[in-house]
Design a protein around this ligand. Sequence first.
Ligand SMILES: [Zn+2]
Length: 127
Amino acid sequence: MDWIHALRWLDVAWKIAAAIILIRFWIRTRFWFPTYVHWIAAVAFLIGLGMLVIMPADAPMNRGGWAGVNKTLLVLFFPAVVYVAFVFYGGQRAAYEARSDRIACPHCRASEGFRGTTCTACGQTIM
Ligand SMILES: [Zn+2]
């Protein structure tokens, strides 16, 4: 069963690498959350706390040694949904497209991009 442990560590390493790449992309595109997103996430956090309060004591989540971790993840799940929805359904794309240092591709002039990136229209490097 050593290969299962190796696959788990590979999965963890992949997720950490993806998170680092995503955070670097956020920094590069100067991504930020508007204040109203934090307010929506706060309401979602309260909904998560409410779910914890109304959950019966004999729920499967409360069994086993990981009950505290499971409860924490349940409460954090709701604001995470808000942030993930904002990032992947508009906010990140809007921040990327709002950057003012985009230039037209000098080779084809068919698309815009940032210096050092690849043109989406012709595949040449934008300089
Ligand atoms: Zn081009």
